[in-house]
Design a protein around this ligand. Sequence first.
Ligand code: URA
Length: 239
Amino acid sequence: MRLDKFLSVTAVASRKESARAVRAGEVTINGTPARRADEPIDPENDRVVFRGVSVRYKAFDYLLLNKPEGYVSATEDGKSPTVLALLPERFAARGVFPCGRLDKNTTGLMLLTNNGELSHRLLAPRRHVPKRYRFTVKFPLSAADLAAIEAGLTLDDGYRTKPAAIELSDERNGVITLVEGKYHQIKRMMETLHNQITALERVSFGPLTLPADLPRGAWRELKDDEIAALFAAAEMDKQ
Ligand code: URA
């Protein structure tokens, strides 16, 4: 594989950036400065160091984004910006997509990956991977409302929701945990109770929690222990 392709598929640098770094002597192959950006390398065995950091060959990317309002959870949309617009372009080129959906005005934790099998398994209804959402509603929630949410309630289309845990911090704010993900589920649950969501933020997805130090709109790669926990939640062996 060409060195610049290797650096772009490992999401380290675009081809242009790679060429610049090679010219500046910032890339080494097995300890020797690379001469050309199109130099062939063996991705499995050669040791490539880019600006002092050793580059590992990665088959897949795993990113955690703190989604802001106004972005749609898709790879393409005719009208609105997608969450991919918040990432460097190289990730779209590597086929990264959002694992599951958040509404355009929902904020918080979003996993993005190009590992289709992992995503599929994490979203499979039978796996019941829990998702926690911090919410605000327009009107106070009563004890009867909480009991209905905990027992499961019937949405406008006749779907009966699975029991969901709910904890309030005051009568209009709290955290709800879903083990499923129907379209606009929390908004529709609150509408069933003649209430209305005014703010919704996802704070966890399976074993992942929204890092307190990750600003809205920012992203980072998952750490090895987070990736391992996701594979465990998906009941998958990590290759
Ligand atoms: N429930 C909703 O209503 N919206 C979301 O984005 C997620 C859960």
